[in-house]
Design a protein around this ligand. Structure first.
Ligand SMILES: CC(C)(COP(=O)(O)OP(=O)(O)OC[C@H]1O[C@@H](n2cnc3c(N)ncnc32)[C@H](O)[C@@H]1OP(=O)(O)O)[C@@H](O)C(=O)NCCC(=O)NCCS
Length: 156
């Protein structure tokens, strides 16, 4: 059972662990300045929503964000990270599903490196369409440009 809530300063230690994790550093690196980021992400913005993903004891399991939210075009992009200790038990799939349900009516993009097969599985499980291949589309945490998949999910 997971819950989405706004981030709090008490999430900081778990966020440090999450952002220090090698897979996070490679596929979805954290901010240079965690405290500034935490302050900004703790407050919803017109074009951005970030939620803490927590368990029954309010422990931080990960974060999920809808960003580049365009309320006129009704589009957004989704990103997510799961704490290494919480991986492999459906947290990302559940968190993305809950975040999408919280903001209905959007066409949402999900982009990930082709090698990041877990994200591809999350996309499939959460109702996104098949991947479109974008060659050498993004520079990841290793400093190299990687081919990406872009998935779209429509919610009319
Ligand atoms: C990608 C990530 C969010 C997945 O989180 P998770 O909570 O472990 O994912 P889930 O448990 O919901 O699993 C989703 C699917 O991926 C599969 N999966 C999980 N980890 C995997 C791995 N390391 N390799 C291959 N498949 C994997 C699961 O089996 C599941 O597939 P299924 O539904 O067909 O059984 C997590 O590994 C992570 O935070 N990675 C670093 C940051 C990152 O890559 N963010 C996403 C950028 S787009």
């Amino acid at each position: 059972m997971i819950t989405l809530r706004l981030l709090r300063s008490t999430d900081r230690p778990a966020l440090v662990e999450l952002f220090d994790d090698p897979a996070t550093r490679l596929w979805n690196p954290g901010p240079d300045d965690l405290d500034t980021w935490l302050g900004q992400m703790s407050v919803p913005a017109p074009d951005h929503r970030t939620w803490a993903v927590t368990d029954d004891h309010d422990r931080l399991l990960g974060v999920v964000s809808l960003f580049d939210l365009d309320p006129v075009a009704r589009t957004a992009e989704i990103g997510f990270r799961v704490h290494p200790a919480a991986r492999g038990r459906g947290v990302a799939t559940a968190a993305v599903s809950v975040a999408l349900a919280a903001q209905p009516g959007l066409t949402v993009r999900l982009l990930h490196a082709v090698e990041n097969t877990a994200s591809c599985r999350v996309a499939g499980a959460c109702g996104f369409g098949p991947p479109e291949l974008l060659p050498a589309n993004w520079t990841y945490g290793d400093g190299r440009r990687h081919d990406e998949h872009r998935h779209l999910r429509y919610d009319d």
